[in-house]
Design a protein around this ligand. Sequence first.
Ligand code: 13P
Ligand code: 13P
Ligand code: MG
Ligand code: MG
Ligand code: MG
Length: 381
Amino acid sequence: MKTTLSVIKADIGSLAGHHTVHPDTMAVANRVLAEAKRSGVISDYYITHVGDDLELIMTHSRGTLDPKVHETAWNAFKEAAKVAKDLGLYAAGQDLLSDSFSGNVKGLGPGVAEMEFEERQSEPIAIFMADKTEPGAFNLPIYKLFADPFNTAGLVIDPALHNGFRFDVLDVYEGESVTFTTPEESYDLLALIGTTGRYVVRRVWRKQDDLLASTVSIERLNLMAGKYVGKDDPVMVVRLQHGLPALGEALEAFSFPHLVAGWMRGSHYGPLMPVSQRDARATRFDGPPRLIGLGFNVKNGKLVGPSDLFDDPAFDNARRLASDVTDYMRRHGPFMPHRLEPAEMEYTTLSLVLEKLKGRFKKEEGLTKAKHSVYTAQSSE
Ligand code: 13P
Ligand code: 13P
Ligand code: MG
Ligand code: MG
Ligand code: MG
């Protein structure tokens, strides 16, 4: 029998700004999921949060995009948002873009990372969840994890990994996808996924047998809503060991706190800081962007665990570097490249400010208009 792992997340409102979820909202989500477990819709679940994002980790045997499972998640978010509203939490219901549910949560605001698989004898998984950033934030670590032998020793040492992986990449602006195999097409892959705001790695398969190894939530809230409503705060699921990367190889990919888009008002680059569950709260300048990791084993549809993977002094240096980079980036204030580039800023509230300034410009004689503006999301036009 196949098991489905569904990680569905949403920001339903948070305490004291975009900082952290309130325990009462988690409690009500827990009631909804407990009832779904009792009635057999799901087999098991675990609820957590990173910053202001409520994360529902569920197992079941219904496959991906199952209406009942998605409705359960939607109801949990709706109930939690009600509590958030009653408590006067900030941005109650933030990521719930629609009032009505129809079939699955896709396009309604929540982020989704799901995979269906035949459980191996031992099925170790890691779930990475980030706040104050976007799905493309995982492009760099997922590349390192599945395609860089300086990160993943198994690519060289283990015959099962040695054949490489296949990456599914989504163009979130055009709604098109493309796949590349590594190592042979690594440079083509990198040519796209270095543009993190547009090309997002969505799934990775082991090439030799098409085993699904990883999946990432790709929802880009602002593109759905057409305006700034917060960042997308992605999740990524990785299957581990026995012909897949080891847990330690997955964690190694996050030992470098690379710069990601998000942070304050979804408008700044900052380092992705790996933290324990305890430190999964957005503070300084609404960040810096945080990442948590939980390790589980999936057995007969049950979630065994979790282990709090970054609750470990081995990541102190990564955190220290992230803090130093935070100081460095912050000193740029409103200047690029701390502030995002114009194409990404179109989906923030800056456009309202720029609109106001339009009438202030006067035509300069002898200067011609450029073919296209830098304030456009479609960089290829
Ligand atoms: P153990 O001997 O502790 O199982 O380690 C095996 C391994 O491959 C670690 O990466
Ligand atoms: P969230 O997407 O985490 O709600 O962040 C919104 C924001 O603007 C933080 O400054
Ligand atoms: Mg928020
Ligand atoms: Mg958030
Ligand atoms: Mg968000």
